[in-house]
Design a protein around this ligand. Structure first.
Ligand code: URA
Length: 241
């Protein structure tokens, strides 16, 4: 059993708040009876209708890959009314981002309405590899390389760096681009990693999650994952767990 407004929202018909308005304004019937209270509960067997039209629950799962721009927040809503990753995707499904990228981080983020898939991707035991490109205000030295190879203790826990590579050095501006692959999901972890080495991250972008890349997606663009891509990723994650 679930609350009527939740049932309507999860059908993809509208948001939960709008569903509440519809109920309170006498638009909703359950098995032919007008219901205008929010506590009312329904089951899958009940016939829910809005203005006489029966709601069919659409349980179809969807999976999107978004190239997140800067100044977009990785959550479903924001108290400060900042743009969210959800605002960038046209869908009637109640999707949410899998994990987070900082407000000023760009790049690959996956969004879905499939909770099992999201859990598989986020579970630490699955060690999902994530690759970032960081622009830092300095040039790494041999001492830094050694630390990166050994792993770096951040907030009392060792961060293992699976792979790193200096992609570019600008000696005049004293900056470099470093590619880093890790399998952790701690907040601000890449910024903390470089902070630990004494560098500031000027720009950060995620370019890969597991076997998924952005391909040709420009900033702000998104695409739906194909069935095969989803299947491959789920198989890959299931093999690990
Ligand atoms: N690490 C960070 O510091 N920021 C991100 O957005 C992702 C990883």
């Amino acid at each position: 059993m679930e609350r009527l407004q939740k049932f309507i929202a999860s059908s993809g018909y509208t948001s939960r708040r709008k569903a509440e308005e519809l109920i309170l304004n006498n638009h909703v019937t359950v098995n032919g009876n007008l219901i205008n209270e929010l506590g009312f509960k329904v089951s899958e067997k009940d016939i829910v209708a809005i203005d006489g039209k029966t709601i069919v629950k659409n349980n179809e799962k969807v999976y999107y890959i978004l190239n997140k721009p800067r100044q977009v927040i990785s959550s479903v809503s924001d108290n400060e009314k900042r743009k969210t990753v959800i605002d960038l995707i046209e869908t009637d499904k109640r999707i949410y981002p899998v994990g987070r990228l900082d407000y000023d981080t760009t790049g690959l983020i996956i969004l879905t309405n499939d909770g099992n898939f999201a859990n598989l991707l986020m579970h630490p035991k699955n060690k999902v590899y994530k690759t970032y490109i960081a622009k830092i205000d300095g040039i790494l030295n041999e001492n830094d390389f050694q630390k990166l190879r050994k792993g770096i203790v951040i907030e009392n826990r060792k961060l293992i760096i699976d792979h790193f590579k200096v992609k570019n050095i600008d000696k005049i501006k004293n900056t470099s681009l470093v590619e880093v692959t890790i399998h952790e999901g701690r907040n601000h972890i890449i910024k903390k990693l470089f902070e630990n080495l004494g560098y500031d991250v000027k720009k950060l972008s995620r370019i890969k999650v597991a076997n998924i890349t952005l391909n040709n997606l420009k900033s702000g663009e998104y695409r739906q994952m194909s069935n095969n891509e989803v299947k491959d990723l789920i198989n890959y994650l299931n093999k690990k767990s």
